[in-house]
Design a protein around this ligand. Structure first.
Ligand SMILES: Nc1ncnc2c1ncn2[C@@H]1O[C@H](COP(=O)(O)OP(=O)(O)OP(=O)(O)O)[C@@H](O)[C@H]1O
Ligand SMILES: [Mg+2]
Length: 355
C-alpha cells in the first residue's frame, strides 16, 4: 500500500543506506533519472552523481556527517539530454541514535513552471477562441436575414442586370457564412471509440496527396506497436489534416512531408501524468516558421498566408485538447515538426493537484 502511494507521488524519492548505496527509488525518481529501479538500486551515490551532479553528492555526505536535514532550492540537475531545475531535501533517518538511512527528495521546479506557462498560454488561446466564436455568432444571425432578403429581392427583380447585384450579395453571404462556421469551430463533443491512429494518418495522406496533385512526397515512419487510442476519428482527421495541410502548403506542395508515430512514455499534459501516449510527428522541409510568429500561430486569425484564414491550427488545438492531448511545434528552415501527443492510458497515473 505504502509503495503504491510512493509510486504515485510526483516527488522523486531515493533512499540510501549509511554507505550511500541506493536501496529504494520510486517511479517519479525513475522518470527523473531516466533509468529503471532495477538498474539503479545497489549503485552508490558516488556512481550515480559524482560526474554529473557533484553538488548532490556533497549534500548527501554533509547530511550523513552532520546528522541534520538539508534543503536546497533551485539546484540544477544535469541529465544526459538536459539540465533540470530541482528543489532538494535530504533527511537523515535514525535507528536508535545512529543514522541508518538518508532520504533524498527531488522535486522538479521547471516542470511546474512549464505547466503553469502552458496553462497560461492555453487560457489566452481559449479566450481568443471564445472571442472569435462570439463574434462569428453575432455576425451569423443578421447574415441569414441579409441572404434571405436578397433571395426574395432576386425573385422580384425582372431586370436581369439588376439581378446580378442580388446574386453577388447571395454569393458573398455564402462565403461569409462558411467563414463564420469555420470561426465557430468544433461544436460537438468528441464521440470517442477505440481507434487506430495509423488509419487516420493514412486517410490524411490520401487527402493531402490528392490536393497536392502528385508533386508532393509524403513518407511515413510508423511504429506498428502503438495500441489503439480512444478518439473521435472524424475530429482527429480534421485536426491532423489541418496540420498536414499546412505542412504541404509550406513546401508549396513540392517538398517532402513525413508522418511519424512513436510511443511516448510518462508525459505530463495539463496537470495530469500519463503513463503512455501516442506521439505523431508531422514533419516538413519547408522554409519554417518565423521566430516572431511561432508563439502566435495557435491563436485564431493568425496567418502568414495571403489566402489563409488563420483558423486551421486554432481548430486543431481545440480538437486535440478535447482529446486531453497536446500539440508542440519546433521549427527551423528546412525542418518543421508539429508533434501531437495523444494519451493512450484512459486513466492518468495521478494528478499534480493545485499548486
Ligand atoms: N508547417 C508549417 N511551416 C511553415 N509555416 C507554418 C506551418 N504551419 C503553420 N504555419 C504558419 O502558421 C500560420 C497559421 O496556420 P493556420 O493553419 O492556423 O492558418 P492558415 O493555414 O493560415 O489558414 P487556414 O488553415 O485557416 O486556411 C500559417 O499561415 C503559416 O504562416
Ligand atoms: Mg492552415
Amino acid at each position: 500500500m505504502y509503495k503504491r502511494i510512493l509510486d504515485h507521488i510526483n516527488t522523486a524519492i531515493l533512499l540510501f543506506n549509511r554507505d550511500l548505496v541506493l536501496t529504494y527509488i520510486n517511479t517519479a525518481g525513475e522518470i527523473l533519472l531516466a533509468d529503471s529501479a532495477h538498474h539503479l538500486i545497489d549503485q552508490t551515490a558516488h556512481d550515480l552523481f559524482k560526474s554529473s551532479d557533484p553538488a548532490l553528492l556533497t549534500n548527501l555526505k554533509q547530511c550523513l556527517s552532520m546528522e541534520e536535514p538539508l534543503v536546497e532550492r533551485s539546484l540544477s540537475l544535469n541529465r544526459i539530454t538536459q539540465s533540470l531545475m530541482i528543489n532538494l531535501s535530504v533527511t537523515p533517518m535514525f535507528q536508535g541514535h545512529q543514522v541508518s538511512d538518508v532520504l533524498l527528495e527531488l522535486q522538479q521546479v521547471d516542470n511546474h513552471l512549464r505547466i503553469s506557462k502552458e496553462e497560461r498560454l492555453l487560457t489566452q488561446q481559449n479566450t481568443a477562441r471564445l472571442l472569435v466564436r462570439g463574434l462569428a455568432h453575432e455576425i451569423k444571425n443578421p447574415l441569414g436575414g441579409l441572404r434571405g432578403a436578397a433571395q426574395l429581392l432576386d425573385l422580384e427583380l425582372e431586370d436581369v442586370e439588376l439581378r446580378e447585384y442580388t446574386r453577388i450579395i447571395i454569393a458573398e453571404s455564402d462565403r461569409l457564412q462558411n467563414l463564420m462556421d469555420k470561426m465557430l469551430g468544433p461544436n460537438k463533443l468528441p464521440n470517442k471509440k477505440p481507434m487506430n491512429i495509423h488509419e487516420v494518418l493514412e486517410r490524411i495522406r490520401q487527402l493531402v496527396q490528392a490536393e497536392a496533385s502528385g508533386t508532393l512526397t509524403i513518407k511515413h515512419d510508423y511504429d506498428p506497436s502503438i495500441p489503439l487510442i480512444q478518439g473521435d476519428k472524424d475530429q482527429l482527421i480534421q485536426a491532423l489534416l489541418n496540420i498536414a495541410r499546412n505542412a504541404a502548403q509550406a513546401t508549396d506542395c513540392k517538398g517532402k512531408v513525413i508522418f511519424k508515430t512513436r510511443i511516448h512514455r510518462h508525459i505530463t499534459i495539463g496537470r495530469k501524468l500519463y503513463k503512455l501516449a501516442a506521439k505523431v510527428d508531422i514533419i516538413d522541409d519547408g522554409p519554417g516558421i518565423d521566430t516572431d510568429m511561432i508563439n502566435q500561430i495557435f491563436y485564431p486569425m493568425i496567418t502568414g498566408r495571403a489566402e489563409g484564414t488563420g483558423l486551421g491550427l486554432s481548430i486543431a488545438q481545440s480538437l486535440i485538447n478535447q482529446h486531453n492531448g497536446l500539440i508542440e511545434c519546433n521549427s527551423e528552415p528546412g525542418n518543421t515538426v508539429f508533434s501531437i501527443f495523444l494519451p493512450i492510458e484512459p486513466l492518468p497515473l495521478n494528478n499534480l493537484g493545485d499548486r
